[in-house]
Write a protein that binds this ligand. Sequence first.
Ligand code: LFR
Length: 498
Amino acid sequence: DNGIKLLAIDLGASSGRVMLGSFADGKVEVEEIHRFPNGPVEIAGQLHWDVQQLLQEMKQGIAAAAGRYGPLQSLSVDTWGVDYGLLDDQGELLYAPHHYRDQRMEGIASVLETALPPGEQFKLTGNQSSLINTVYQLFADLQGNPGLRGTARQLLMMPDLFHYMFSGVAAAEQTIWSTSGLLNADSTVPSEEVLRRLELPAELIPRLVPAGTVLGELRPALQEELGTGPLKIIAGASHDTASAVASIPYDSGSVGTGRISGLNPPQPAAAFISCGTWSLVGLETTEPVLSDEAFACGFTNESCFGGTNRLLKNITGLWLLQETQRSWTEAGEPLTHQEAAELAVNLDRSKADIAILDPNDPLFSTPGDMPLRIESYCIRTGQPVPQTRAEIIRSILESLALSYAGTIRELEAITGRTVSCIHMVGGGIQNKLLCQLTADATGKEVIAGPVEASAIGNIVVQLTALGAIQAPEARRVVARSCTPVRYQPAVSNYFYPQ
Ligand code: LFR
């Protein structure tokens, strides 16, 4: 038996990829079929998604996979959270969807927050308020262009939009919608209170479906154009972070209620860090955690495959390094990831002079000359300005590790659970120094893998939708398929306070 072949399309911050997933003998394998750029496009001073170009690239990848491997069973797209497109009454896109790093929300945030303060947003939706959230973007769009109230009929989150373009079926997949700030804290229905308070049209939200729902088939015209045969379009865990967390090979004993229980000591928990452009640091819990403490520490609650909750904090991640490298490349002196890691490892480990950055400082959140911004951050905070490339990289990585450690301590305090180990997944774990520094800074074992977390999570969720495996098997399939790399915390640790 040749097993099952399907496609996972993962649209990330720097590139999009069409990946072939193969399932045979209880294991999954992933192969990259087609990779293409996915940066924001500036149009008249605002940042947008290049939807048509992306569709074209995805089609190219699908056709290539079908040509090479024959019949494919299904396809599912995952992307980062919060972004969306608006459709008119003909089902046409009204305009190129905005990219969340666009800055049009800044002017209206205070108006929104007067009507619905961040603390209330958190209690109602479980989401930490953030200018990038769908709720802020939509509010800004409707304020800036009131005519949209007459023309917009449906709001599709980006994976929903691509699934709609492929299948003709519009639905709201739960994990991606759980990043919107528009759903109840359990992510099963829109929050009527939020919609009412902000005067947002409830009709825009399509029917919600859980991760792992077969929406329909690839439209016949596309089947013909791409030579695929009947291919199922699946709403998977279409938020890339939900897919990444679905790929973590821990057992279900790690999922606790998230409530501090005075009676039975709660089970130790495995925490996760999904490492990419963002670092998502958290714990999986059975219910949303809506305590004042969770709010005050900046945690958010999102939905996982299988209906569990993800209590996590968004920390600006390898974005800092990516933008730094982009600046160097533009200056004609590119540095590869590999070189970057090696350079930094070779630095003297006496860390007294390393500047520590707050990765979430607003200074770092938009595209720009990162080395220059790091310099001004250090001057502002009275720290030594890193002088060499190695020092800049080291400063970024140490800062990330320190903020992970602080977040893990907060998670322990908020849930009353001891974090026993940390699963790191995603492209960022190829940076071995970051993994080791994370073990050192937290004092916990780091279990790193899989690297292709979003793609593998996307694939195993599709397998459940196809009925090839049961949901609880998904993580065991990943565990059989990938061998993680373990990092022990350094024994003598003079830099990180434990
Ligand atoms: C990671 C991610 C995060 C989300 C951020 C913005 O790629 O999806 O989970 O908070 O991007 O959408």
